[in-house]
Design a protein around this ligand. Structure first.
Ligand code: ZN
Length: 73
């Protein structure tokens, strides 16, 4: 199951495509144009999440272990 968008009318639709031959026959169900392109799922795009660093208030100690509180001063 892939999601496509028509370049002619920008209609989005899903199509069950099993082979490359079948994909070549996919056309827009709204206007019938074969000029379509595949949309990719958005879960892998712009996945950078804020707050991935150290929590607030923690010193930027990168040595790990043995830090007695003076590693940043
Ligand atoms: Zn169309």
């Amino acid at each position: 199951m892939y999601e496509y968008q028509c370049t002619a009318c920008e209609h989005r639709f899903e199509e069950l495509v099993a082979t490359a031959e079948a994909e070549a026959l996919v056309a827009c169900p709204q206007c019938g144009s074969p000029k379509i392109f595949k949309l990719f799922s958005s879960f892998s795009v712009g996945a950078a999440r804020p707050g991935s660093g150290r929590g607030p208030g923690l010193p930027p100690c990168a040595t790990g272990g043995g830090c007695s509180g003076n590693c940043h001063g």
